[in-house]
Design a protein around this ligand. Structure first.
Ligand code: GLY
Length: 269
């Protein structure tokens, strides 16, 4: 999930799908992509949806040696005037980071770059921002040392951090939850409970969706009360529309096949 607030979501980077995408890691939502051409069409529609809704999008070249390179969210975390470059939790994904780090360093001159070092590890997909409150998932990709480095940064920035344990049948926190606005968390029942999030700030709401719509709980909130959602999750769509949001629905089937969700494919900065 984006680690910027809604009013800061005007620019994003994405990365093209690698020729080796069929070898992407897949263990949770999918068993692996089966059609790169369709994956590329779906990814293009994703880029078009961001652009046509006011986001300035920079498209980085694919890295054909890294099947998962399209999932840029895991590689860098932009919070206020800081960029945290985590140690990605899966060793096969660590080589994806340099071009993303270089782009952000070149384009965010005033930002401080903080580089995590092993044994700390963290995927950006384990971080969720609700206004000025942050959540992090302790998962197979994010360990306590990584969480401790994130906490140091957030303490410095004056933001609170709450830690949630990610169930063994989910990859990341953002695989099972997202913040479609700065005051709504959407999460899947059976994966997370209200007590996992704790008491929310005044005016904020936790919207729990049925377990079978877990993939739909990953959404991208945009300015102008718009939210990008994945196709096929009617109860997610109704819940968002009931709250006055306009849904932009994208077919993510070949992205889901590699355990990727909407937020995995972009970094807002
Ligand atoms: N396929 C995305 C990941 O496992 O990181």
């Amino acid at each position: 999930m984006a680690t910027v607030r809604l009013d800061q979501k005007s620019r994003a980077i994405v990365r093209l799908i690698s020729d080796s995408y069929v070898n992407a890691l897949a263990k949770y939502f999918g068993t692996g992509p089966s059609n790169i051409d369709v994956a590329r069409e779906q990814h293009k529609a994703y880029i078009d949806a961001l652009k046509s809704n006011g986001v300035e999008v920079t498209v980085l070249d694919a890295d054909h040696n890294h099947p998962d390179c399209v999932f840029v969210e895991d590689q860098a975390v932009v919070i206020d005037e800081h960029v945290l470059l985590p140690v990605p939790g899966h060793e096969s994904r660590r080589g994806e980071q340099p071009p993303i780090a270089e782009f952000l360093s070149n384009h965010l001159k005033g930002h401080k770059i903080c580089k995590m070092e092993p044994p700390a590890m963290m995927d950006g997909g384990d971080i969720l921002r609700l206004g000025d409150l942050f959540f992090v998932g302790r998962s197979t990709r994010t360990n306590d040392a990584g969480i401790s480095e994130l906490k140091d940064l957030l303490d410095h920035l004056g933001h609170d951090l709450r830690v949630l344990d990610i169930p063994s049948d989910a990859l990341h926190l953002t695989s099972i939850a997202s913040t479609p606005t700065d005051s709504i968390i959407m999460a899947a029942e059976g994966y997370l409970n209200p007590e996992d999030f704790g008491e929310l700030p005044q005016g904020c709401e936790l919207v729990l969706m049925p377990r079978d719509e877990v993939y739909g709980c990953n959404t991208i909130g945009l300015q102008g009360k718009k939210v990008i959602i994945a196709k096929g999750y009617p109860r997610v769509q109704s819940a968002l529309e009931e709250r006055g949001l306009e849904c932009i629905v994208l077919d993510m089937e070949q992205i889901r096949a590699a355990d990727g969700s909407l937020t995995c494919c972009s970094i807002f900065y």
